[in-house]
Design a protein around this ligand. Sequence first.
Ligand code: SAM
Length: 184
Amino acid sequence: MLNLRETEKAFLATHVFEGCVAVDFTMGNGNDTLWLSHRAGQKGRVYAFDIQPEAVARTAERMKLEAPFENYRLICASHHTASDYVSEPIDVGIFNLGFLPGGDKGITTLRQTTLPAVRWALSSLASKGALLIAVYPGHEEGRLEGEMLQEELSALPPKQYSVSCLRIVNAPDCPFFYLIEKNK
Ligand SMILES: C[S@@+](CC[C@H](N)C(=O)[O-])C[C@H]1O[C@@H](n2cnc3c(N)ncnc32)[C@H](O)[C@@H]1O
């Protein structure tokens, strides 16, 4: 069975480079933030968002122990307000939708904030930048987010963006992801 996280990282690895600007739109336990911090290097900048102070605290603790560089900023705010904090083109962005593993399953990403956040991220991508969006259709809001994103991303102009989707077609409840690459 495909390992989603490893496959996501393999896709993203081609877009993350030393000195890049990266945004983790859903910080959670900080796995993606930490990975981006390593890859972006000393001169890179990593912005990470979460609405839950618990997630930010967990990530802060982890970054203090494991992050190789102080190249990150942890922000306790919704990702749809990212333009208040990020004012430079984004080389790579990650949305790992859903709820905090080991946290309150009632606090999950929602279509009404996911959509403006994804639209802003798309409009802020640098040339050849990439966005990865992991969707969890095993719960109702995740399923609806997936449908919304399918409609939104299928309509992107192919001259500007290439959109791929990796999905296990005979297990429709399994997580899947979109990779959006901004063309030159
Ligand atoms: C699946 S987890 C992310 C996992 C994380 N990337 C990691 O590496 O551990 C989804 C996270 O999104 C957060 N979240 C929910 N709504 C959000 C919003 N509007 N803005 C930012 N984060 C949000 C949740 O609190 C949760 O921590």
